[in-house]
Design a protein around this ligand. Structure first.
Ligand code: 5GP
Ligand code: ZN
Length: 118
């Protein structure tokens, strides 16, 4: 399955519903989160539908070839947070607090975050 009919992020990838797209690579689109929790809150969404990161490491997965680490560095430069830093988060399934079952990575920056998460 590359895209899923009833998935909101697949619709965003397909440009079926609007989103504020800030960057696009072979494997990901990057949009602004609709409900930001920090001055910079981006969602790095895989173009291919994976229910979660648990499905993204297998045969048709993204490991190694995804360019995700390069993309994180580029976003840090683009949003001028390379010096101060940022956080990249993959909420996964129920305990991880995932609400949209399509692989996405939160890129948040612009303030100091606490640890551990609540
Ligand atoms: P999760 O809780 O699955 O880790 O993250 C889902 C994120 O998607 C939330 O931060 C939520 O605000 C964001 N989100 C949900 N629906 C939409 C949408 O239609 N557009 C955008 N830009 N963000 C969305
Ligand atoms: Zn999807």
């Amino acid at each position: 399955m590359v895209l899923k009919d009833d998935c909101i992020f697949c619709k965003i990838v397909n440009k079926g519903i609007p989103a504020d797209i800030v960057k696009e690579t072979d494997n990901f689109i990057v949009i602004k989160d609709i409900n930001p929790v920090a001055p910079v809150h981006l969602l790095i969404i895989s173009k291919r539908h994976y229910d979660s990161v648990l499905d993204a490491g297998g045969e048709n997965g993204l490991d190694g070839k995804s360019g995700i680490f390069r993309l994180l560095g580029e976003l840090a430069e683009d949003f001028k947070v390379a010096d101060n830093g940022f956080r990249a988060v993959i909420n996964t399934k129920e305990d991880g607090g995932q609400t949209v079952s399509h692989l996405h990575i939160h890129f948040i920056a612009g303030r100091r975050f606490g640890w551990p998460p609540g």
